[in-house]
Design a protein around this ligand. Structure first.
Ligand code: NAP
Length: 259
């Protein structure tokens, strides 16, 4: 399907690996020029070169911490005018609800709620003025079905979800759509980092821990970054112009819900 995105420009945050990279790849495959961000310059430069070579589009790497005001200022300056914003950052650590201190909540809210809001505030006015734009916020399936040990994530991402629910409808008249994309379990470094402690706590191998988890997913596998990226690219497409303020689950059926 031609997504109608040839020649558009996208900023993909936290995109040197995992789900962000999956989104960048799918957009590049649709002819979108990419501004790619992550903190670690080496992996970022390599990923940018690989995506550019694979898809024949310009990919500009901007190494910066997207959760800090300084990092965002660097990315915003380097990105210039963009048509598509994919908001993403690392997720908060797991833990126990009674252990988290005020600072832990602030860090999670900074990274997974206030950073994407600041980037929308930076880029959406320009999109609105030009009459076309797409924003996809990578959040989590935990917004629909809480993961207790990821309480910091549940908290910050639900805050972002509430903000987007109102804001998306305010900017929709200007031709800009804002939606959230909710990953279930995908095979990325982040997932390996979460499977490890489970295996350790239960005294089982990493393979056994992931086999048990896969058995809880109706699709019987972890998602691939490509599965996720394809949905992101569709939400950015011309065809998705009437999808506004939605929370789209990509989870292999794992959330056992009717709606
Ligand atoms: P990942 O494979 O660990 O990749 C994270 C990417 O983000 C890397 O490119 C990393 O590069 C970059 N990054 C991390 N912190 C950053 C920061 N402060 N500023 C800029 N770049 C940053 O993670 P993932 O699995 O793709 O997860 C992406 C997001 O989806 C996370 O918020 C995660 O919690 C959420 N999520 C993932 C899953 C899953 O199953 N994978 C499920 C639900 C939610 P650098 O380290 O070099 O910066």
């Amino acid at each position: 399907m031609d997504l109608g995105l040839t020649g558009k420009r996208a900023l993909v945050c936290a995109g040197s690996k995992g789900l962000g990279r999956g989104c960048a790849e799918a957009l590049a495959a649709a002819g979108v020029e990419i501004v790619l961000n992550a903190r670690g310059a080496e992996v970022l430069e390599r990923t940018a070169a690989e995506i550019a070579a694979a898809h024949g589009v310009k990919v500009t790497a901007v190494a910066a911490d997207i959760t800090t005001p300084e990092g965002r200022a660097k990315v915003i300056a380097a990105a210039g005018e963009i048509d598509i914003l994919v908001n993403n950052a690392g997720g908060p650590p797991p833990g126990v609800w009674s252990d988290w201190a005020h600072e832990d909540f602030l860090a999670a809210i900074e990274a997974n709620m206030l950073a994407p809001i600041a980037l929308m505030q930076a880029f959406v006015p320009g999109m609105s003025a030009r009459g076309w734009g797409r924003v996809v916020n990578i959040t989590s399936a935990a917004v629909k079905a809480p993961i207790a040990q990821l309480g910091l994530s549940n908290t910050a991402r639900c805050g972002l979800t509430g903000f987007v629910a109102g804001m998306a409808r305010q900017v929709a008249p200007t031709g800009v759509t804002v939606n959230n994309l909710l990953p279930g379990i995908h095979a990325t470094d982040r997932m390996a980092a979460l499977d490890g402690p489970v295996a350790q706590a239960e005294g089982i191998s990493l393979e056994e821990a992931s086999a048990r988890r896969k058995a809880t997913i109706p699709a019987r596998r972890y998602g691939a970054p490509q599965d996720f990226g394809a949905v992101c690219a569709f939400l950015c497409s011309q065809q998705a112009a009437f999808i506004v303020g939605q929370n789209v689950l990509v989870d292999g059926g794992a959330a056992n819900q009717t709606l």
